[in-house]
Design a protein around this ligand. Structure first.
Ligand SMILES: C[S@@+](CC[C@H](N)C(=O)[O-])C[C@H]1O[C@@H](n2cnc3c(N)ncnc32)[C@H](O)[C@@H]1O
Length: 241
């Protein structure tokens, strides 16, 4: 998958792309990130990309000219949707990550300062927010999107099953995980996980997943794909279904 990232700070991406799963995805040619510096498109003699807001007020606004030219440069290379990382956008979820992972190429526009001139919306295809808070710039949000989407691309994870069992995969939070040693500071790994009984382990994990979701994110249960056995278990835990 190819991401075209339009940013004023391309260097910020280097660290994230040169470690762990993203690094391997790049090496395996599963991921390509084209970093496009918006400043390179400025026609201003001082390469300015921002200016004061009309009507007054604090901060600076990203000017339309460099943004239009940078976006048109990306779009001249194909039918590439451009998503603006923005606190006003649709909240990024695992479901959205899965949808995006099916696409061949998308562009991510990172805002900065007070954001972009409103007229740039004319060449934007969508807006993505990573949550109800304000970041300094869209770069960290773009990295979040790239990370979450890339791990869903076929062949990126060495154990693809992990993407299916993780929290949110079926609107349920993941069951508890343990590793060695069996006893740590008096706390034991649950006996069932040492039993070798795969059916019992699967049942325990499912029930823990339901229990944790009920406790921490009951809102998710409304969307979860629940079996009759799941519903019976949840009713016993006091959930009205
Ligand atoms: C300081 S913010 C601008 C916020 C803007 N003045 C507002 O109130 O909506 C600068 C840039 O950070 C990015 N950004 C901030 N919060 C974000 C969020 N929650 N999700 C995605 N991008 C965000 C956007 O690209 C935005 O243009």
């Amino acid at each position: 998958m190819i991401f075209d990232v339009l940013t004023l700070f391309p260097e910020m991406f280097e660290c994230v792309l040169s470690h762990s799963i993203l690094k391997r995805a790049v090496e395996k040619s599963k991921l390509k990130v084209n970093l496009i510096n918006i400043r390179d498109f400025s026609k201003d003699k001082h390469k300015r990309v921002d200016d004061y807001p009309y009507g007054g007020g604090p901060g600076m606004v990203m000017m339309p000219q460099p943004l239009f030219d940078a976006i048109e440069f990306v779009k001249s290379q194909g039918n590439i949707p451009v998503y603006y990382l923005s606190p006003k956008g649709k909240i990024f979820t695992q479901e959205m990550a899965r949808e995006l992972s099916k696409m061949e190429r998308i562009a991510l526009l990172c805002g900065h300062y007070e954001g972009i001139d409103e007229r740039v919306y004319a060449v934007i295809d969508g807006e993505i927010s990573i949550g109800d808070f304000i970041l300094t710039g869209g770069e960290l949000a773009a990295m979040v999107v790239i990370d979450a989407v890339t791990r869903l691309i076929d062949g990126v994870l060495s154990h693809p099953q992990s993407a299916l069992e993780e929290s949110f995969s079926d609107y349920l939070l993941e069951y508890p995980q343990y590793t060695r040693p069996e006893v740590f500071r008096g706390m034991r790994v649950p006996e069932v996980l040492l039993s070798g009984n795969h059916a019992e382990i699967a049942r325990w994990r499912r029930q823990k997943s339901l229990e944790i979701t009920l406790l921490k994110r009951p809102d998710l249960l409304k969307k979860a794909n629940l079996t009759e056995e799941d519903k019976k278990f949840l009713r016993e835990k006091g959930y009205e279904i």
